[in-house]
Structure formats: structure tokens, C-alpha cells
Design a protein around this ligand. Structure first.
Ligand code: SF4
Length: 235
């Protein structure tokens, strides 16, 4: 496998673990605020890392790192992911997988083939508004629901998380999300942060962003729905 980004150490990406993060290129969505939009299409200007070099690095960091986070893009687009994860597990690392939840069958198959220790799934918005974040108006309703049900009932440590981007996430969307993820372990709201790489102009600056006060109201709203909701400390 070829990786399009490699963060050698992170205290943030894997809850309560010292980890590194690997980025895979390619995504089947097109979130208009995506920070990793250079990763959506395999961009020739990005430095790449070979699987063998990553495994050599991990071999030398066995005593220092606890986990490996695999993110994207969308990692589940890669059919050889389970083979790579097996090699990481043989070295003794915990594995965290980030996913947008649209490839539910692949998620379930992967978890049958290898041990995944932590899954973080994005809940972009209410199901009705997912089309705002797709490339060709795809309907991912069935897949998103299947991924959520699988994760909640899998026994795997997990979180769901929503980037609270203006227009895309409003209180009425949170109401619907609270129904979808009932029974989840952890749910995080992350403040939207503008990026110059965002595919759509509107999301390249922060002027339309929600205030911290609104975010706190959103968190309290989710708590009132019995969702274990926290604000991710990125504001
Ligand atoms: S799911 Fe959205 S935010 Fe995540 S990599 Fe794909 S386009 Fe970007």
C-alpha cells in the first residue's frame, strides 16, 4: 500500500493512546469543507510513503507507540487494507480506523477478518442532507444506517463525530442524528475550521462559523437526548 500522509506521533488522534497516523488517498464523498481535499484525488505533489517503510518504522517504535490510526480519504476503499492491518497487529499495535461509514459491507467484512480496536465514524449530517456531501448525488442512507448499527452492536470501542459546519449541520439535523446513534458510546461535535483547500469557496473562511456558545447549546441539546456528547477541543 502507498500512504499519502504520515504523522509519526499524535496524542490526539487515538483517544488516550500515543499513536501515529497514516493517511490513505481517495474518497467516495466530496465534503465541501474537506481539509484533506488534496487526498481525495491522488495528488502527485504530496509526499508518499511505502508500506515497507511504515512497517520498518513501526518495528523500531514498538516500545514507544501504542496505536496506529488509519485515516483518509476513505480507508475502506482499499481492498488490501486487512492484509496491512494484520501486519500491524503482528507487531503488537492497536489499530484505530476512521471511516465515513458509506462502505458498510466492507467495514463489516474487515472487522470479521482482523481485529480493529477503535472505530471513529463521521456522521456528516442528517440522512436527508447527505447529498450535500456526495460527488454524484449518491444515496448512502442504507449504508450509513448499517454502519451505525454494526458499530454500536459490535463491542468495538468507538465514537461517532460530527463536524458542525454551517448550513450542513443545524439543530434539526442533530435531532435526527440523536435518533440514529442512540446507544452509542461516545459522540463528539467538532467545530468547523475553514481550510484554504476546501473544495467550495463558502467554506474557505470562518466568517459563517458557529460560535462557541451555539456549539455548547448543541452539545447540551444532544445530552438532553441521552447522547454522551462532548465538544472536541479544537476551538
Ligand atoms: S469523507 Fe469528506 S471530509 Fe472525509 S476525506 Fe472524504 S471528502 Fe474529506
Amino acid at each position: 500500500m502507498i500512504f499519502y500522509g504520515f504523522n509519526k506521533i499524535t496524542l490526539l488522534d487515538y483517544p488516550e493512546k500515543i499513536a501515529c497516523t497514516l493517511f490513505l488517498a481517495g474518497c467516495n464523498m466530496l465534503c465541501p469543507y474537506c481539509h484533506n481535499s488534496q487526498l481525495i484525488e491522488k495528488n502527485n505533489f504530496i509526499e508518499t510513503y511505502k508500506e515497507e517503510d511504515i512497517l520498518n518504522f513501526l518495528e523500531k517504535r514498538k516500545s514507544k507507540l501504542e496505536g496506529v490510526c488509519i485515516t483518509g480519504g476513505e480507508p475502506l476503499l482499499y481492498n488490501d487494507l486487512s492484509g496491512f492491518i494484520k501486519k500491524i497487529k503482528e507487531l503488537g499495535f492497536l489499530v484505530k480506523l476512521d471511516t465515513n461509514g458509506t462502505l458498510s459491507e466492507k467495514l463489516i467484512k474487515l472487522c470479521q477478518e482482523v481485529v480493529i480496536d477503535y472505530i471513529a465514524m463521521d456522521i456528516k449530517t442528517s440522512l436527508e442532507k447527505y447529498k450535500l456531501l456526495t460527488k454524484n448525488n449518491e444515496d448512502f442512507t442504507k449504508e450509513i444506517k448499517q454502519s451505525i448499527d454494526f458499530i454500536i452492536n459490535s463491542g468495538i470501542d468507538h465514537e461517532f463525530r460530527t463536524t458542525v459546519a454551517p448550513i450542513i449541520v443545524e439543530f434539526e439535523d442533530l435531532e435526527k442524528i440523536s435518533q440514529l446513534i442512540k446507544g452509542c458510546k461516545n459522540y463528539y461535535l467538532a467545530k468547523f475550521k475553514a481550510s484554504e483547500f476546501a473544495p467550495k469557496e463558502y467554506w474557505r473562511n470562518n466568517k459563517n462559523n458557529y460560535s462557541l456558545e451555539i456549539l455548547e447549546k448543541m452539545r447540551d441539546f444532544m445530552l438532553s437526548k441521552n447522547i454522551n456528547c462532548k465538544l472536541r477541543a479544537n476551538y
